[in-house]
Design a protein around this ligand. Sequence first.
Ligand code: NDP
Length: 215
Amino acid sequence: MKIAVFGGSGRAGHVIVQEAVARGHEVTAIVRDADKAKQVLGDNVALLVKAPQDVTAADVAGFDAVVDALSVPWGSGLGYLHLEFAQHIIQILANQPTLAVFILGSASLSMPGENVPMFEEFPPQAEAAPWYDGAKFQYQEWQFLKTVDNVNWIGVSPSEAFPSGPKTGYVKGEDTLLVGSDGQSHITTGNMATAILDELENPTHIKRRFTVVDQ
Ligand code: NDP
């Protein structure tokens, strides 16, 4: 497949690029900083050096899949960009057959046994937390994606913790936070990359969202 990864030199994004390359896909990392990307990815990965919102429909035409692995720093006040990036990617892919994977947050999942997204049950004091802004707009990103019917989008929510780490095996779920065999909720970047590439190669969640936890 021809795959483009927005945020392809980022913490999760570069692992997705590496997993896709290892599987023989033709991969382009969409990045703002070519030097940073080369340090992370080496010299052999194709780069499109553009800010996410400058990427055009022509830039992504011909790709079989794109992955949104963009983020903004906690506490930056830029959380709204999560939603704006997703809206832009949807706009440039409108009415194309391209698969588009969006990494969402875990706060749009429900706790086991509940039917309400965690974000809707956060206490008022959560608003002061540095992660709140990002969680809020990634929740809105999920609400937005559910309204989109002219793009083959796929949402994926990490577990509660999403640390950098190797691929060791994962379990897939739907809209409820998963807990692993150790009783904790975490997914490594390696296992997330594996899950995303597995989904792209054999899609089961087009216009839906899934979640993953370390096995
Ligand atoms: P990173 O912090 O590594 O950021 C990814 C990329 O975003 C960067 O490489 C950068 O690209 C780009 N970026 C950052 N700021 C801007 C900006 N202002 N404008 C344009 N691009 C920008 O992200 P992670 O890999 O940690 O996160 C990936 C995904 O996982 C996100 O959706 C994040 O919210 C989610 N996540 C969810 C968690 C959870 O729910 N438990 C926990 C952690 C992450 P460049 O290098 O090209 O500038």
